[in-house]
Ligand binder design. Structure first.
Ligand code: 5GP
Ligand code: ZN
Length: 121
């Protein structure tokens, strides 16, 4: 499902500024903020303002948006202190360990060790 916005969705509400987050980037299509339970010293979430549940429901019309999300990853990772490199993770659906059903890219980096949790393995 790809609604322009969802009234109850957590990340739609953060993207609209209704809920607080530690934001590090925003443009007309994307927001980037720190994960509330970081699994690494740098743990960012790249989130489209458009509500898309997950990669399971993306369409060809989302191609440019998906590319833009990935292109932003190295920039925000470096700006936030992941100088040595970073990991990107996208969980999709319950079987993929997704908890917030609004598409997002995790960007993880910074000095190791990282916290042991499913996201980091
Ligand atoms: P998922 O398992 O869906 O890929 O990841 C969801 C992520 O969202 C988790 O890493 C979780 O810590 C993060 N998260 C959940 N609620 C909030 C919130 O209210 N604010 C922020 N900044 N992150 C959240
Ligand atoms: Zn949403």
């Amino acid at each position: 499902m790809a609604d322009p916005t969802s009234t109850s969705c957590l990340f739609c509400r953060i993207a609209r500024g209704e809920l607080a987050s530690r934001s590090v980037y925003e443009d007309d299509e994307l927001v980037v903020f720190h994960d509330i339970h970081p699994a690494a010293p740098v743990h960012l979430l790249i989130v489209p303002k458009l509500h898309i549940d997950s990669l399971i429901s993306v369409e060809p019309e989302h191609q440019a948006l998906l590319g833009k999300m990935l292109l932003l990853a190295p920039r925000v990772a470096q700006e936030q202190g992941a100088a040595d490199g970073f990991r990107v993770v996208v969980n999709n659906g319950p079987g993929g360990g997704q908890e917030v059903f609004h598409l997002h890219i995790h960007v993880l980096g910074g000095p190791r060790p990282w916290r042991q949790m499913s996201i980091g393995r």
